[in-house]
Write a protein that binds this ligand. Sequence first.
Ligand code: PDD
Length: 281
Amino acid sequence: RVAYVNGQYVPHSHAAVHVEDRGYQFSDGVYEVCEVWRGQIVDMTAHLDRLDRSLSELQIASPMSRAALVQVMKEVISLNRVKNGLIYMQVSRGVAPRDHYFPPAGTLPSVVMTAKSVPAGKMDKVAEQGVGVITVEENRWDRVDIKTVGLLPNVLAKQKAKEAGAREAWFVDKNGLITEGGSTNAWIILKNGTLVTRPATHGILKGITRAGVLKLAEMKGFSVEERGFSLEEAKSAQEAFLTSASGLVMPVVKINETILGDGRPGPIVQDLRKSFHEASE
Ligand code: PDD
């Protein structure tokens, strides 16, 4: 495997950033995960737009032109022979002697990019069974709309989920409403077939897959309500699912100890999963 690190393509096993990188010391950086499907980068423009937004919210300089970034993305895909898989890219504020204040103007952001293959059907197998989620108290900062590498609450929540035999943890805010998962957006489907997901105005990352599903739902004529929903409402939902670039549309069949429906992925979520790439093409 080959990785891109600050202008060079290096063996993945030797790809490293400096110990004084601000991403390493302060989580002072942002990232994107993009899906590669049949050799194409899914929703590439939307991911690059969100990267730009994350960078500008943190006042990190844009590391290179968009054309150059796209070139690197294509190169890591091709060097790693990825047909179906994921791209990871991270931009930090760069390398400088440790000091909380921003480094001097002109400090170059660090850019790292990797690509890996995901065996065809791997996630489909998970999706056939559906996954469980647990709920945890929301304990993240209020700028989760920025896709930063500061993911410790997410890491702890997801590990707790794993130890409980679940795949994802849903954060519940102080109003009792579910915000999102540790690395996914959260959705429920009501008994009348309406899709419900939290508005991307506050408390969640505005997922690219979420946007794709909103578009797909509209194409299919499903009714959608962008509003908060509580754990109680989720537990009585007909179906539920998670969205992310790495899992696409992932059916949820269990929330804490409550089994949804008959405990198997329902028809609407299966339909959305099957048709997802149609809408993003
Ligand atoms: N996670 N919410 C959070 C907190 C996320 O980290 C992610 C993405 C999403 C879904 O966003 P999108 O549909 O654009 O992937 C929502 C990536 C996949 C990750 O951290 O691996």
